[in-house]
Design a protein around this ligand. Structure first.
Ligand code: PLP
Length: 412
């Protein structure tokens, strides 16, 4: 089937590059060294890249897989069982209920204890008397999200210890509030101090109860893992950088200022679509809702079947570019629910249908998720995580050359 037959009416497709994922993992291994475990964060459907696509590429290469929901942990275990793959450590960062906690213990999944719902969950686990659930205690060192304050720890240890052999505390973690937005990290350093004081208190408490210490500690997400070597502890939890995106401009700058080895990240995702129509409209024509764009010349426009429903941000109206034939083409007027209209007058060729790259490379040109985020006044995290779940994802070895590839087969 030709591309025209395949994807004329679809919202495009997302290509996920296995090579880029592997290169980013290798870059992190080199940065953190042998002593630190590499955890990767697969929450939010692998930051919008598709858990089903990302998992096969990263599973053999990393030490720990972090998810937010018990459901995603079950997806990982299901994938391993279906493939006969060795079990990786899986850690659930988010909220679970008592039934899920019982199931996670049975599946050998570790869980973060980060709020007071665990008082009753611990009691339930003791009652069920199933396999031991390994838990990591979340210490709130200054983000104000999940986790416990230092003075709460003795009480929390009390509930967990009361569950007897049903719960083993194996780790402690915290999450930074202010690494990405700044190039000086005084707040993060204070958080690290608060964390270490909390860990010392926890370990004293556990030892007094005859429980094993020391704990595995982990604090660093992508930015801290890159720019705060002292935060790496025993494990890092790399999210955005796994996908080849820098946490922020400040992180990139900080790394340069620190004079550390250059880290090269390769963007993993490309988002493309085939045009729904390509047409000439006369000079003076308006384009899109609100008549906010008027063509000054006879204009060849491509109508793309992608809009804000699909996760293309409406705030990018009038500002964004897409790539067609290796050429930058401006988005004309407003992004609509299911459409955007781009100016392809200066793009090469005169085909009746074109392939547009919304994020990714086409020839010598690139539109990065960061650029699209800039046009839409947000961050790359939100851009990729919000690409609609209905847009097909496809794991490819390397990013396709859009001039030769017309999109995945209908079933993809
Ligand atoms: C999302 C998340 C991470 C990963 O953050 P990145 O900035 O994407 O690397 C790490 N730890 C926790 C607790 C998270 O919620």
């Amino acid at each position: 089937m030709s591309g025209a037959e395949r994807s004329g009416g679809s919202s495009g497709w997302v290509e996920v590059s296995a090579d880029a994922l592997q290169a980013n993992i290798a870059a992190f291994r080199e940065t953190i060294g042998q002593e630190v475990a590499l955890g990767v964060v697969l929450k939010a459907d692998a930051y919008g890249h598709g858990l089903d696509q990302v998992l096969p590429a990263v599973h053999p290469l990393v030490d720990v897989l972090h998810v937010v929901t018990a459901r995603d942990a079950a997806r990982v275990r299901g994938w391993e069982a279906a493939r006969g793959a060795a079990r990786r450590r899986v850690l659930v960062l988010g909220v679970v209920d008592a039934d899920e906690a019982v199931a996670l213990a049975a599946a050998g999944v570790e869980v973060v204890v980060g709020d007071r719902s665990w008082r009753s969950i611990a009691a339930r686990l003791a009652e069920v008397g199933g396999p031991t659930l390994a838990v990591h205690l979340h210490l709130d060192s200054g983000l104000g999200r999940e986790g416990f304050l230092g003075e709460e720890l003795d009480e929390v240890l009390g509930w967990l210890h009361a569950a007897g052999g049903a719960i083993a505390v194996v780790g402690a973690l915290t999450h930074f509030a202010d690494v990405e937005d700044v190039t000086e990290h005084a707040y993060a350093s204070r958080q690290l101090e608060v964390f270490h004081a909390g860990v010392a208190r926890l370990e004293r408490g556990l030892a007094a109860l005859g429980r094993p210490v020391p704990l595995e500690t982990h604090t660093a997400a992508s930015a801290a893992a890159l720019v705060l070597p002292g935060s790496r502890c025993q494990q890092v939890r790399v999210g955005i950088a796994l996908y080849g995106l820098w946490p922020s401009r400040e992180t990139r700058l900080s790394l340069r200022v620190l004079g550390g080895p250059a880290v090269s990240l390769q963007p993993v995702l490309a988002w493309r679509c085939r045009s729904q129509a390509v047409r000439w409209i006369p000079a003076g024509s308006f384009v899109g809702y609100g008549c906010t764009h008027r063509c000054e010349r006879a204009t060849r426009v491509a109508v793309l079947p992608v809009g804000y429903f699909d996760g293309y941000p409406r705030l990018a109206s009038h500002r964004a570019h897409v790539l067609v034939g290796g050429h930058r083409c401006p988005v004309l007027g407003r992004v609509m629910m299911n459409h955007l209209i781009v100016d392809v007058t200066d793009a090469p060729g005169d085909e009746e249908q074109v392939t547009a790259t919304l994020i990714g490379r086409d020839g010598e040109e690139v539109v990065t998720a960061d650029q699209l985020a800039g046009w839409a006044q947000t961050i790359s995290y939100e851009i990729v995580a919000r690409i609609g779940g209905h847009v097909p994802r496809q794991l490819v070895e390397t990013a396709h050359d859009p001039q030769k590839f017309a999109g995945p087969a209908e079933s993809g």
